[in-house]
Ligand binder design. Structure first.
Ligand code: TXA
Ligand code: MG
Length: 320
């Protein structure tokens, strides 16, 4: 098996010739992981069906789960989608940024949209991602660069852990800024439907004058951890940690306001932004050395609502 090519770049001012090397791999139909502002994505030429098929294969992703198409300019959106008024308004406010818009599709292979009539389009707010798309000279599909059903990667090492032996290259641009994925918004209906909660909150969309409805009933399992995951209110953290420890289990705690006496403790941060940024990486770190992880609950507002939704999805995988 060929070893993965790791291309290190400066994430603020990416070295053009290094990104060009990655773009060349994409143009030849290869798979390259790269940083965005949300999480690391696994990129391929959206117009190359074979390359896109390989993305589904290496991730073990169900063929029914469509991929987001990443663009570096608005012109590309008009080429692949039938942009309507509300999409135009949202692009004005949120592009580039962590919002993916589902619009009626135009010229894009069916494998990308999983045969649905809509295509999800997003312009990442990251110099490396934008340069890669531009140099590849094509829109890129880019699912989160994890094995299907696992935690989204926020550092290059997470990608290497999951997919290092199955993809061609990774651009290592350090840790991402946001740490949870983009919000997926279907703008073909009124009110617009939030299909996946993410970094752009319902409050932010409403402030921009867009009426939204939260649907988010994604049928696919997400955020599976290797240790059993529990969520506890701040005042229940200590009791829960103690209970599991008494049973002889190794317990890891992901804390915000509490300080608990677990085998391993990771502090998630103070603000919701910090918690979002650290969550997946904390879970990946804890699962390596404990049997059970207890995460401190956050308030379900703003970003907190998306964070809790992700934790709930992760809990669904627990066998007992
Ligand atoms: O932040 C992000 O969006 C990251 C970075 C890499 O850009 N990408 C990402 O992609 O999270 P992925 O494939 O892991 O998640 C895409 C989500 C899935 O829930 C998928 O079902 C939904 O977007 N989606 C994609 N295309 C869609 C479409 N045409 N219609 C409805 N939902 C769609
Ligand atoms: Mg994903």
């Amino acid at each position: 098996m060929k070893a993965i090519r790791v291309i290190k770049v400066n994430s603020e001012r990416p070295e053009r010739e290094r990104v060009e090397e990655a773009a060349r791999i994409i143009r030849k139909g290869g798979l390259v992981a790269f940083p965005t502002e949300t999480v690391y994505g696994l990129g391929a030429d959206a117009m190359n069906e074979r390359a896109v098929r390989r993305i589904f294969e290496v991730k073990g992703r169900p063929a029914k789960n469509p991929l987001i198409v990443h663009v570096s300019n608005k012109q590309q959106v008009y080429e692949i989608a039938q942009v309507n008024g509300i999409a135009e308004k949202l692009m004005e406010t949120f592009f580039p940024g962590p919002l993916a818009l589902v619009i009626d599709k135009k010229d894009i292979p069916d494998i990308v949209t999983a045969g649905t009539g809509g295509v999800a389009v997003r312009m990442p707010d990251h110099p490396v991602a934008l340069m890669l798309i531009e140099l590849a000279n094509t829109p890129l599909v880019a699912p989160s660069a994890n094995i299907s059903g696992r935690l989204s990667p926020t550092k290059a090492e997470h990608v290497i852990e999951d997919l290092g032996d199955r993809i061609d290259a990774i651009i290592d641009g350090g840790e991402v800024k946001i740490g949870i994925e983009s919000t997926v918004l279907d703008v073909r209906s009124k009110p617009a439907k939030i299909l996946r909660m993410g970094a752009v909150t319902p409050e932010m969309l409403e402030k921009a004058g867009i009426e939204v409805e939260v649907v988010d009933t994604r049928p696919f399992g997400h955020y599976r951890t290797k240790a059993r995951l529990y969520v506890a209110k701040p005042n229940e953290m200590e009791v829960m940690v103690e209970e599991f420890s008494r049973k002889g289990l190794k317990v890891g705690a992901a804390c915000i306001t509490t300080r608990c006496d677990a085998e391993k403790v990771v502090w998630l941060g103070r603000s919701m932004e910090e918690v979002a940024k650290n969550l997946f990486s904390a879970l990946r770190e804890l699962e390596k050395s404990v049997d059970v992880i207890v995460v401190e609950e956050v308030e379900r507002k703003g970003l907190g609502r998306a964070i809790m939704k992700k934790l709930e999805e992760a809990i669904l995988h627990r066998s007992s």
